[in-house]
Design a protein around this ligand. Structure first.
Ligand code: GCU
Length: 351
């Protein structure tokens, strides 16, 4: 689908709402209620972790001269439905800049390897050199180290109808990275962003909507149960398909209650996008990413703007659709970096 067509389809969906007052659910501006609805129905409710002691241990600090950076490797612990897990996070900070804004990316193993192999990171989903050269830091971890992305990973445990799933677990790990960054002298904790692709774009949105320490949230090609409006799907993935193939991502009742009811859901993802306000929201789509349905991602973003308008911060939300297919590319990163800079992130907050 071409960009113009996506935008046209989305614009007509929005126009239909405006004209008829039906179709798209009216915006829900009650943030707490919105989070509860999505906990119960989609991502699951996290248990209380009695006795959990948070730990973040720096295991290595290196100077990486090629990109003028300090690389820190950190072991961080977190909770999962299977108990405690420790994962390794890899962070790059530009040298000699003091505390800088940081982009946190829940990532695929591939991202770390690509950067190490390609070094200059040109083809990478994680273009570290681009981020560094703009004066920002970045950190990633392999989401599989937190909880294995396998449809059967939770088979052995009894799950309540609203029990948490893998997306919520990975999102908690993102928050655990923020816990560490709050203590890290090279990070400006008032300027933390979260960015992720696809299933990790869904994770990014859920982490960013629930954890207000993230001052900027960038779900990319996140599709169904990411930025995309479920009730405005034009031929992309359905609730039946996603919950059959990836049951472990969601709360069990996401399937039992909502399978086959895509167009009748009493809640929708524009509510969750609105839950990011008044913080910065940057949604990214790709024109050929039909499975994620870019027109419905745009429609959702467009419909969430009411919340930003209400909070008098309409400039805090942006959307882009780029050429090409499913992915997180340097073009997307440039959009996010530019948006951050537009909001003063390149200026120093510490002496
Ligand atoms: C599958 C899944 C999508 C998901 C994507 C990804 O295609 O159906 O919902 O976004 O994987 O994470 O790559």
């Amino acid at each position: 689908m071409k960009i113009e067509l996506c935008l046209l389809a989305a614009a007509s969906a929005v126009a239909a709402v405006a004209a008829q007052g039906n179709g798209v659910l009216p915006m829900n501006n009650d943030r707490d209620a919105v989070i509860k609805v999505f906990e119960e129905n989609v991502y699951g409710v996290r248990p209380k972790f009695d006795g959990f002691v948070p730990k973040a241990e720096i295991v290595q600090v290196e100077r990486i001269a090629e990109v003028g950076a300090v690389r820190k490797t950190v072991a961080i612990n977190t909770m999962t439905p299977l108990g405690e897990a420790t994962f390794k996070a890899t962070a790059y900070f530009p040298e000699g800049k003091g505390a800088v804004p940081v982009f946190v990316m829940p990532g695929f193993h591939q991202s770390i390897r690509e950067f190490d192999l390609a070094w200059k990171g040109k083809m990478s989903r994680w273009p570290v050199d681009l981020v560094l050269s703009n004066g920002f830091g970045t950190v990633t971890f392999d989401y599989n180290d937190v909880l294995k992305d396998d449809a059967h990973v939770l088979d052995g445990i009894e799950r309540a109808p609203n029990a948490w799933g893998a997306i919520s677990t990975w999102a908690l790990a993102v928050s655990r990275v923020a816990d560490w960054l709050e203590t890290e002298p090279l990070a400006d904790k008032s300027r933390l962003a979260v960015v992720g692709l696809s299933r990790l774009g869904k994770t990014t949105l859920w982490a960013g909507a629930t954890d207000t320490r993230f001052a900027m949230v960038c779900p990319t090609c996140s599709g169904l149960f990411g930025a995309r409006m479920t009730t405005r799907n034009l031929g992309g993935e359905t609730i039946d398909q996603i919950t059959a193939k990836f049951p472990h991502w969601f709360t069990p009742q996401c399937r039992t209650k909502w399978c086959g009811k895509d167009w009748e859901l009493p809640f929708d993802q524009h509510w969750l996008l609105g839950a990011v306000a008044p913080r910065l929201l940057a949604v990214g789509s790709a024109e050929d990413d039909w499975w994620a349905c870019p027109s419905a991602e745009f429609c959702s973003w467009e419909c969430s703007r009411g919340r930003f308008q209400e909070l008098k911060c309409i400039g805090n939300t942006t959307y882009h659709v780029r050429h090409g297919g499913h992915g997180l590319t340097p073009v997307d990163w440039e959009e996010y970096i530019d948006f951050a800079k537009k909001h003063g992130w390149a200026e120093r907050t510490t002496p």
